[in-house]
Design a protein around this ligand. Sequence first.
Ligand SMILES: [Zn+2]
Ligand SMILES: [Zn+2]
Length: 241
Amino acid sequence: MFIQADTHTHTIASTHAYSTVMEMISGAAKAGLKGLAITDHATAMPDSPHIWHFHNIKRCVPKKYDGVEVVCGVEANIMDYEGNLDFPEKELKPLDWVVASMHMDLIKPSTVENITNSYLKLCENPYVDVIGHCASPNFMFDYEKVLKAFKEYEKLVEINENSIFHKKKFRENYVEIIKICKKYEIPVIVNSDAHICVHVGQVGESIKLLEELNFPEKLVINTDWEKVKEFIVKKRGNIFE
Ligand SMILES: [Zn+2]
Ligand SMILES: [Zn+2]
């Protein structure tokens, strides 16, 4: 199994990442990808870019470069147990790709009930495309109930290479998540969450895990860039013209 697009990546605009947009595009081209999403941290994160980064990005970044189609987005922060994000509708709407994630710096670990509620409420946000690294042991939730809701509301469950590679507990939780996604045919997306250009498209551990669990390739949406594009076009119109 191979991915054709990497849809969760950070540039130097988030200061704990180390490559420019153009370096990330070159990284994607080198990795043989057809699509790349740039998703720097939304503004509640201490190292996030200024809001102007998001206002200007689509005007500046080429839609296609070096054979790679580029989608401009954000990694928004889930701020509370009601599923509210740090970006309101007026900031999310102009962007073409939204990953929504929980981060320890911004939301405190809580009960399964609270985290479940947060994710279920998040489902109602029409701008969210991907649920970022949801296997965190700090934010446990009712996997069956919530993952089924993600399918119903067309939120893609992210298999996050960065987490699997660095954190053992995440990997264990991902095993459970992947098994449930397989059982209920819930689509997933495999992303690097790269913080430097050489990591773009590098998702070997995630693929290995999916293959070990005999996860069907057809449910991994970014094994086909056209499928990701269809997902975007259905929601936002044809941004690729
Ligand atoms: Zn994150
Ligand atoms: Zn990230």
